[in-house]
Design a binder for this molecule. Structure first.
Ligand code: MRU
Length: 356
């Protein structure tokens, strides 16, 4: 991602600018978002996508709601917008995590005459800044793991880069950091049907930084892994449950099964905002299914019979036993299980000493 491209940008006129990811890389268009409703619609329609990025966008959506709400009932109005934003996509927990942070600020100010616009804006900006800082930290932790062995190629799925986060990326952040340290030789990006996030976004992000990338159809992964050239499968996550099960882009489960068979290690990279300790296991994760047209058409062209039954889940759940390591901003969990996750998430985070 070049320094000038910003997928999510709060503007001086109190609107939100989103890079429209549906048309990348062929068209670079931005959308001006002026209401919480528009922010919710942008998340549902995939203008912006990727778990951390939709959390950040939703937080700014609450800021927009607070900018417009007035009158005694402003808390009810803003809370209704939070509910609307929460209904935009069901699987990524980062969305709900960000909205609960914003809702807490609304609650704390509910006796005030006007909405806490400045506090909400600062909170949304902090979520965005923190996500970038988390991605940078995860990049180094993940690269440290790759440094244990001689450089090899890695495989990734979907898009987990700067477009999907506050910057740098989760899985793609590890790949960026590892490439900068000479720890990988090449990236194999799966195209990621049906939205082609791997082809349109990941291959594009990597190519811009001259990181060697090979794009392949999703179903060639076994062939590639069987070749012995791939050291790691590195993916992001939309939700990780208390036992370490991982919801991520559809196809991740198949890749993890293949990886275990072929001796490829599996690394999941996600900030702690992706953990949902309220769910015991992945069977409880709500899996988003999307419309038939995503499978029956390519643009305007029909590629399936009319009225065919369609199954279009956009995430699946990889059991913890197929995951070798989870990397988050607090560190690394090897062979993740309930105890190891609880221990890392409960640990005190060292704080920088106070300035004198
Ligand atoms: O449907 P998408 O494009 O929002 O799915 C994105 C993914 O599955 C990513 O792997 C996940 O959100 C992690 S992004 C850092």
């Amino acid at each position: 991602m070049t320094a000038t491209l910003k997928p999510i940008r709060w503007c001086a006129d109190n609107t939100l600018e989103l890079l429209d990811q549906r048309w990348l890389p062929s068209r670079h268009e931005t959308l001006r978002i002026t209401t919480a409703e528009e922010a919710a619609e942008a998340i549902t329609s995939m203008v912006v996508r990727g778990a951390p990025a939709i959390g950040i966008t939703a937080a700014y959506g609450v800021v927009l709601a607070s900018h417009q709400a007035s009158g005694d009932d402003w808390p009810a109005v803003v809370n209704a917008s939070i509910d609307r934003l929460a209904a935009s996509r069901p699987t990524a927990i980062n969305l709900f995590w960000a909205l609960e942070r914003m809702r807490a600020i609304v609650s704390a100010h509910s006796q005030h005459e006007t909405p806490p616009f400045a506090a909400l804006l600062e909170a949304a900006r902090a979520i965005q800044r923190q996500d970038l800082a988390d991605c940078m930290a995860m990049g180094e932790y993940g690269a440290d793991l790759l440094a244990r062995e001689a450089p090899k190629a890695v495989m990734t799925h979907c898009n987990t880069g700067a477009l999907a986060t506050g910057g740098h990326g989760t899985a793609l952040g590890v790949i960026r950091s590892a490439w900068a340290r000479g720890l990988i030789t090449r990236v194999h990006a799966n195209e990621t049907r049906p939205w082609l996030q791997g082809a349109r976004l990941t291959a594009w992000e990597l190519a811009q930084e001259h990181i060697p990338v090979t794009l392949a159809v999703d179903s060639s992964a076994s062939l590639l892994m069987a070749s012995g050239d791939i050291g790691w499968l590195i993916v992001g996550a939309d939700r990780i449950t208390a036992n370490g099960d991982v919801a991520n882009k559809i196809g991740t489960l198949a890749l993890a099964v293949q990886a275990r068979y072929f001796g490829v290690k599996v690394m999941v990279v996600a900030p702690t905002s992706t953990f949902d300790l309220s769910l015991a296991s992945g069977t409880d994760i709500p899996i988003e299914t999307r419309g038939a047209r995503e499978l029956t058409h390519q643009g305007e062209r029909a590629v399936a019979p009319d009225d065919i039954d369609i199954f279009n889940p956009v995430f699946d759940v990889t059991p913890a036993e197929l995951v070798d390591v989870i990397v988050c901003e607090r560190g690394v969990i090897e062979r993740p299980d309930r105890a190891a996750i609880a221990q890392l998430l409960a640990a005190e985070i060292p704080r920088a000493p106070a300035m004198p």
